[in-house]
Design a protein around this ligand. Structure first.
Ligand code: 5FU
Length: 276
């Protein structure tokens, strides 16, 4: 992927419905910001999402941390995604055998496949994790991200592991739309004599983004939107606490001001990248 290509140009070449929807939303709303809403009660969860909705292309959830999760909450989440025109990404990090992940994705309390446009998986079980999830997600027009790298200090997802993640993605292009990673992944993991397919284009969604601090004291490492989008060529910045701060003191106007600050930083970095 040529770093100067716009989101709109790239959308025209994608085949997966979720990837197209995400790129079109980014282009339409002029935002490559994904807000990660890691709070434990549904009132704060929905209040933050309603506040940041106009500024984001994607909302990332960890629904297993919600103490009062129920089906009505999912209905409200879906209504907000329609009201504010964003997609939903459940950061489930599946990592089991194909049969088990298919059950975890479709069934259980959360029924993730029924409402999340995008989810993700650790490639640690090998290609079968993708096969299992695709059996559920493809007919529902969903997309999958593989965790090729992580933002944490000392992460084991590097070197040959990252190469193998990209190889798995390459053989499942219908369902794997890209990666959770810290840099672009085109051409990574090619063996001697292999050449990159000319249309290879993976979306890269990068967590570990912050403007004010470098870490959280628990291994998280933050880079700025410019480092992530302009220098490393990633497509979407994922920001959590940098936007909503401490949920016990939720201030909707302050959250919106932070969301706009990160949206602008991410979008300016993109405009700088695509400038010819
Ligand atoms: F795969 C990853 C990763 O490598 N780093 C992450 O931080 C996922 N995350 C998630 O992004 C993590 O689980 C949080 O939900 C979010 C980052 O939140 P923060 O508040 O911006 O640190």
């Amino acid at each position: 992927m040529d770093r100067h290509q716009t989101y709109a140009e790239r959308s025209a070449k994608q085949t997966n419905a979720a990837a197209i929807q995400l790129l079109d939303t980014i282009d339409r709303k002029k935002t490559n910001l994904c807000v990660s809403v890691d709070v434990t009660n549904s009132k704060d969860f929905l209040a933050i999402i309603d506040a940041v909705g106009p500024y984001v292309c994607l909302v990332k959830t960890h629904v297993d941390i919600l103490e009062d999760f129920n089906r009505t909450l999912v209905e409200h989440l879906v209504q907000l995604s329609e009201k504010h025109d964003f997609l939903i990404f459940e950061d489930r990090k599946f990592a089991d055998i194909g049969n088990t992940v298919a059950l975890q994705y479709f069934s259980g309390v959360h029924r993730i496949a029924s409402w999340a446009h995008i989810t993700n998986a650790h490639p640690v079980p090998g290609p079968s994790v993708v096969k299992g999830l695709a059996s559920v997600g493809l007919p529902m027009k969903r997309g999958l991200l593989l965790l090729a790298e992580m933002s944490t200090e000392g992460a084991l997802a590097r070197g040959e592991y990252t190469d193998e993640a990209v190889r798995i993605a390459r053989t499942h292009r219908d369902f794997v739309i890209g990666f959770i990673a810290q840099r672009r992944m085109e051409g990574v993991g090619l063996r001697p004599g292999e050449t990159m397919h000319p249309t290879e284009d993976f979306l890269v969604l990068a967590p570990g983004v912050g403007l004010d601090v470098k870490g959280d004291g628990m291994g998280q490492q933050y880079r700025t939107p410019r480092q992530v989008v302009f220098e490393s060529g990633c497509d979407v910045i994922i920001v959590g606490r940098g936007i909503y701060g401490k949920p016990e003191a939720l201030d909707v106007q302050a959250v919106q001001a932070q969301a706009e600050r990160y949206r602008k930083a991410g979008w300016d970095a993109y405009l700088e990248r695509v400038k010819r």
